[in-house]
Design a protein around this ligand. Sequence first.
Ligand SMILES: [Zn+2]
Ligand SMILES: [Zn+2]
Length: 257
Amino acid sequence: MLRFRSLGSGSTGNATLVEACGLRPFRLLIDCGLGIRQLGMRLAAAGLQPADINAIFITHEHGDHIGCARALALRHRIPVWMSQGTHAATGAPDYDGLLRMARDAQAIDLGGLQLTPFAVAHDVKEPLQLSCTDGAAKLGILTDLGHATPQVMAHLQACHALLLEANHDTDLLAQSSYPAFLKQRVGGDHGHLSNRAAAAIAGALTHSGLRHLVAAHLSQRNNRPALAQQALSEALGCNASDIVVADAVSGTPWLEL
Ligand SMILES: [Zn+2]
Ligand SMILES: [Zn+2]
């Protein structure tokens, strides 16, 4: 069985736990965009401690994703996967032998869990998003991108759960007090997905085996949970309440596959 849980999502910090449940559970932390104390508190709420994490995957160098990754890895001797570009963009710090390089479309076998990273269009050096599988269930993670390419869509076929960015409502973003350059950055081709763009992706990826759709990375200023739920549920033909929204602070409960 595979289960996952957001520990918080949005511009204030992103972290997602994925657990392949077996005789010896394997736990992956995808992004680590919190302070180390805050991360510890949120792990405790999930019934875990930092030392329970077996591997860390960092999608890109923005602070809301990389956060305390290095401190956590060094303190608990946890291997960390990221792209060469992400490592370089943070000044290529030393990870004391714990750094592993992730590459576009190159599968990573972690034993109980297999990851497939894939490149996305985002305004950083070498961003990767990923899918994870235990061989039976597949989870797709897709946040921090301006638009989905055919390659991204191909990687996310047949997922049983999707954690999908629904960053902003285009009208709220247009009306917001953000300066023009920031509106362009967020809404642009290398920024973040609008509810409408997320709905188009969800609609194209939906299939009878899709069990959970989580709306993630919502802007606190330019979106509302109900707007994201409405857009995504219309695309899937389900009830708005079937769409789980990852909260900035409380994330989501454990979701099982
Ligand atoms: Zn982000
Ligand atoms: Zn980002």
